[in-house]
Every structure is written in structure tokens, then in C-alpha cells.
Ligand binder design. Structure first.
Ligand SMILES: *[C@@H]1O[C@H](CO)[C@@H](O)[C@H](O)[C@H]1NC(C)=O
Ligand SMILES: *[C@@H]1O[C@H](CO)[C@@H](O)[C@H](O)[C@H]1NC(C)=O
Ligand SMILES: *[C@@H]1O[C@H](CO)[C@@H](O)[C@H](O)[C@H]1NC(C)=O
Length: 344
């Protein structure tokens, strides 16, 4: 009850504030050690069936020169589902997901779109894991070595990853005697950038690319550094002006309260943070990450991509902001796992 009262006061004075701050954390995916793909959401259409099978391909470490080191190889994982494939004889298409920076099982299980359209196109589905992630670790699968220094990490680049995908796709088509089957690549986020770049750089391997939520031009001097946060802001502001004002005002209020005697302790208690909570900055980061991920996964149906969320979670936040006393409790429960990531 005390906490609720405090939250009410806290949110009330947030309502009167008008300072500006930006979320500073770049969006990222949970590490594969945290995400356990086997526990994740499975597309209903495939429930009871095996979603995919797993294969490994002996991949070249360095596609771009002939130094002795470059002859090293590693095992690259790919997943596939041929349930609906119309076969090589019919030149039925191959849909390839160009894996992002994470465990490929996780992306596969969250890319229902490809599974939904596969029957219509009689497509073979292939999901290729990005080098240095999941189980596709060079240097004998030893992550310690692969990530140890710049000479090993030098092989972790989007350019090499695209060449991996081209090499694997060409080899797979040969094995399936499906050289005439058209390939379409798919990807989301960084995977979407890879899909688009793949179409540009390997037009002889793919006839098309679908890049979803892909910040293809989000680079210095091309796109404003504020564009990402502006879109997040618009998502909340689109729901309600009040929602936008409360969130915008909260950053300064948190900083101000942290400076008062016992302020940090109050914040820690009201946000139910653990004892290693050390500064207003980390609280602001934690909250802004929650808002960011909520906007990033603002799907019209309930989902469990980065975190379990109801349908249209941005709207939900807006509703809870209106019911001020429960708003921050919602944010807290909605960002439990993010907390583990961002509070040092
Ligand atoms: C980088 O790490 C690899 C593997 O651990 C090692 O063989 C190599 O000597 C290291 N190179 C440098 C420059 O430290
Ligand atoms: C194609 O077949 C060869 C020989 O069995 C195998 O070594 C290779 O991994 C296969 N390629 C793919 C992409 O699975
Ligand atoms: C962006 O433009 C500035 C000013 O012209 C320049 O100093 C900087 O090097 C550019 N950055 C990149 C990544 O090209």
C-alpha cells in the first residue's frame, strides 16, 4: 500500500515535468545463453510437428584471400523444413532466412511469416546461422578463442557472413539438384540488412529479398542519429500526448530524486530494484530500455519475442499510464529480464 501511494505521488509529479532525455542503449538481442530456444513460442500451425531439422555445413573461414590462415573452416549450422517443398523437379522455391547476430533457433521460432507462406509457395525453408553466434563458432566451436582478439574477431563481419550464405546456398542447391529453384532471402533487423545486401551483392544467387524492420541506411552521415529514438517516441506519442509527456518528464524527475537525501533508496524501493542498483542513470537506462523494447515488439497479437507481452503493448502502457498508480508496476514486470541486462 505504501509503495502504491508513493508510486502515485511519484507519477503525479512526473506529470508536471517537462525535461528531455534520450534512451542511450542501442537495441540488442538477448544472448543465446539467456534465451533457451526450446522454451520459446512455437507457431500454432506447426504445433505437434517438428518445426525444423538441423544440419551443419563445413564453411570457409575467410572468403576473401589466400593466406594459409584462410583455409581454416568451421561448422555452420542451418535449419530447414521441407514439409511443403514442391521439389527440385518443379523448380519449387527456396526461402532462406539470413541469420542475425544470435542463436538461429530463436529467429526461426519467431519468424512465423515464412512458415505461414511456405505451403502457398511450396517453398523449402532454410535458416542459416550467422558465423560467431549460436553453434556456428569458428576455431573448433571454442567461443573463448573465437572472441579472444582482433585477429580472430576480424572474421566476424557482415561481408564474410554474406559470402557464407552464398556459399551454403549454392552448395545446398547442388546437393538437392535444385539449381533452377529460385531463392528468396528473408530477414529482420540486422538480418534484414543482410537480406537486402545479399540481393545487391549476390543477385545471381537470389531473385529477391524481404527486409523487415531493417535499418539499412542507419549509418553515420546518412541517417540522423536520433531517428531510432524519434520513432520510439512517435509510437508512444501516437497513443496519447499524455503518455509521451509522462515518459519524457520522468527522466529528469528520476535524476532529481536521486540527488535528494535517501532518494536513491526510495527509488530502489519503489521500483523494487535489487541492491546492486547504483545510480539514477542505470534506472533511467533500465526504464528507457523497457519502453524501447515495448515499441520494438509492438505486435497486434500477444507475443513472446524479447519478453512476454500482451497484444499492442504500447497501447497497454498508455492505458496504464492513465491509471497512474499501476503504470510503473507494469513497466517493472514488463522489463524484468531487461533489468538483468542493463543494471550493472
Ligand atoms: C589471438 O588469439 C589466438 C587464439 O587464442 C592466438 O592464437 C593468437 O596468437 C592471438 N593473437 C594475438 C595478436 O594476440
Ligand atoms: C552437400 O553434400 C555434401 C556431401 O554429402 C556435404 O558435405 C555438404 O555439407 C552438403 N551441403 C549442405 C549445404 O548441406
Ligand atoms: C561524417 O561527417 C563528418 C563531417 O563531415 C566527418 O568528420 C566524419 O568522418 C563522417 N563520418 C563518417 C563515418 O563518414
Amino acid at each position: 500500500m505504501k509503495i502504491r501511494l508513493f508510486l502515485l505521488q511519484f507519477v503525479l509529479f512526473l506529470l508536471c515535468s517537462s525535461s528531455l532525455s534520450f534512451a542511450k542503449i542501442p537495441p540488442r538481442f538477448p544472448s543465446s545463453s539467456f534465451v533457451q530456444p526450446e522454451n520459446l513460442y512455437f507457431s500454432l500451425a506447426y504445433k505437434g510437428n517438428k518445426l525444423y531439422e538441423t544440419n551443419y555445413f563445413t564453411q570457409i573461414l575467410d572468403h576473401f584471400n589466400y593466406n594459409p590462415d584462410s583455409y581454416q573452416t568451421f561448422q555452420q549450422r542451418y535449419l530447414f523444413n521441407d514439409k511443403h517443398w514442391g521439389g527440385a523437379k518443379n523448380n519449387a522455391p527456396i526461402f532462406v532466412y539470413t541469420g542475425n547476430e544470435g542463436d538461429i533457433e530463436w529467429f526461426t521460432q519467431n519468424t512465423g511469416f515464412m512458415f505461414e507462406i511456405a505451403p502457398h509457395f511450396k517453398a523449402l525453408l532454410v535458416f542459416i546461422e550467422h558465423r560467431f553466434y549460436g553453434k556456428s563458432i569458428p576455431y573448433g566451436g571454442d567461443k573463448e578463442i573465437a572472441y579472444s582478439n582482433t585477429s580472430t574477431l576480424g572474421y566476424l563481419s557482415s561481408t564474410q557472413a554474406l559470402a557464407d550464405y552464398a556459399t551454403l546456398i549454392i552448395d545446398l542447391k547442388k546437393n538437392l539438384t535444385a539449381t533452377d529453384s529460385p531463392v528468396v532471402v528473408f530477414g529482420g533487423s540486422y538480418g534484414g540488412m543482410l537480406a537486402a545486401w545479399f540481393r545487391l551483392k549476390y543477385p545471381h544467387v537470389t531473385i529477391g529479398a524481404l527486409a523487415s524492420s531493417a535499418p539499412i541506411l542507419n549509418f553515420e552521415n546518412i541517417t540522423s542519429p536520433y531517428s531510432f529514438n524519434n520513432i520510439i517516441t512517435q509510437d508512444f506519442r501516437g497513443e496519447s500526448e499524455n503518455c509521451y509527456k509522462v515518459i519524457k518528464g520522468s527522466w529528469k524527475k528520476i535524476e532529481d530524486m536521486a540527488k535528494t537525501t535517501g532518494g536513491l533508496k526510495k527509488l530502489r524501493k519503489s521500483f523494487r530494484l535489487c541492491k546492486n542498483y547504483i545510480s539514477s542513470g542505470s534506472l533511467v537506462n533500465w526504464l528507457s530500455t523497457a519502453f524501447t523494447y515495448t515499441a520494438m515488439t509492438d505486435y497486434p497479437t500477444a507475443s513472446n519475442f524479447l519478453n512476454p507481452l500482451p497484444a499492442s503493448p504500447v497501447k497497454e502502457v498508455q492505458v496504464f499510464i492513465t491509471e497512474t498508480s499501476t503504470f510503473y508496476l507494469y513497466i517493472i514486470s514488463g522489463s524484468q529480464f531487461l533489468g538483468e541486462y542493463n543494471i550493472i
